[in-house]
Write a protein of this length. Structure first.
Length: 319
């Protein structure tokens, strides 16, 4: 399925004044795959998306989409790319059809083709029934779906989605990802998506890159990233603790050098560690000695969310 790379970045840097928004970023996205770029606020996700969309120029390095250089082949690249940013770009004062017609004309598509493709996409995105209503009456989720339908009008080979589910409720997010997965399968579109919500794309993404402070921290399939971490997750639930007890436990855990990250709440604690069994035994002994009434404990393999937390707490903080 993935016989070649659709997007290739080689040592790409972008600076704003003294700020390096991207710092020698290199990555490859396989054709037809769903690639997730994950990182906290200010990591460089939108900057990278803008460069891929030919809306911003890199200061250094090369970026190719379908073997076309995004700097010297802007017009060809634009024909191959559809993009949706965080802010909706649809006109609230028009209907979905009016928005589609305007966008289709801007792409230079013939009216009959716009109508045919528009109807297909409106049905795919479950907007056909309301396609003659003013977009101003749509919910945020509906507007977002229309945005993406429009970015797919010219059948792009690559769809760039910059935080497409920001501000959507959980149900709309699930529906949204179902549609995107279907588009990827039906049309073979390569999907490059940035998000904060790791859990959303965990099961969808073919590969994930973690970015912070403009640098790629790691790249791999979700499984590879979890395996590389080689960590366990410990969860211990207990009867509600007072603040003084929480502080004491916090102090004890902070001294355990095999613990890579931890979170203590009044009724439970979670720890990520490379030595699960050993730390669990030590911790249970300590808690029992401290008269904590334990309800249950669990030892599991770390999750992709743990990979995120560890990368952005540890490596991210170093930079
Ligand atoms: N036009 C600009 N002028 C100056 N600085 C900028 C500009 N655009 C981005 N930056 C800076 O570059 C860095 C990366 O920003 P970017 O918007 O790419 O991050 P992001 O990962 O998309 O963040 P968010 O998740 O908050 O959208 C940030 O420090 C940001 O302040």
């Amino acid at each position: 399925m993935y016989d070649h790379f659709e997007i290739v970045l080689n040592a790409v840097s972008k600076t704003f004044g003294k700020k390096a928004a991207l710092n020698k970023v290199s990555l490859k996205v396989k054709k037809g795959s769903i690639f997730g770029l994950i990182g906290p606020n200010g990591a460089g996700k939108s900057t990278l998306t803008s460069i891929l969309a030919t809306l911003s120029l890199p200061n250094e390095g090369t970026v190719k989409i379908s073997d076309l250089d995004v700097v010297s082949k802007v017009n060809e690249v634009r024909k191959k790319v559809g993009v949706t940013f965080q802010q909706t770009t649809v006109f609230s004062t028009g209907t979905a059809w009016e928005n589609i017609l305007i966008a289709g004309k801007m792409y230079g598509i013939r009216t009959s083709k716009i109508m045919e493709r528009g109807e297909h996409l409106l049905k795919e995105f479950d907007l056909f029934q309301v396609s003659n209503d003013l977009v101003g009456t749509y919910s945020g989720g509906m507007k977002r779906k229309l945005d993406i339908a429009i970015s797919l009008l010219h059948k792009p080979e690559v769809l760039l989605l910059d935080e497409p589910t920001a501000g959507l409720d959980p149900e709309s997010r699930i529906t949204f990802w179902k549609i995107i997965t279907k588009i990827s399968q039906d049309e073979g579109t390569t999907i490059f998506v940035t998000t904060h919500y790791l859990e959303e794309i965990h099961h969808l993404a073919t590969e994930i890159a973690l970015i912070n402070n403009g640098k790629i921290l790691d790249i791999g399939t979700p499984k590879e990233l979890i395996n590389k971490l080689a960590a366990d997750q410990i969860e211990i639930h207990y009867h509600k603790l007072d603040l003084a007890s929480i502080y004491k436990i916090e102090e004890y855990i902070s001294d355990l050098k095999e613990v890579v990250s931890h979170e203590i709440k009044p009724t439970a604690l979670t720890i990520i560690t490379s030595h699960g069994q050993q730390i669990l035994s030590e911790l249970l002994r300590y808690l029992i000695q401290s008269n904590v009434e334990i309800e249950f404990s669990e030892l599991k393999q770390a999750t992709l969310n743990d990979v995120y937390l560890i990368n952005f707490n540890e490596k991210g903080a170093e930079q």
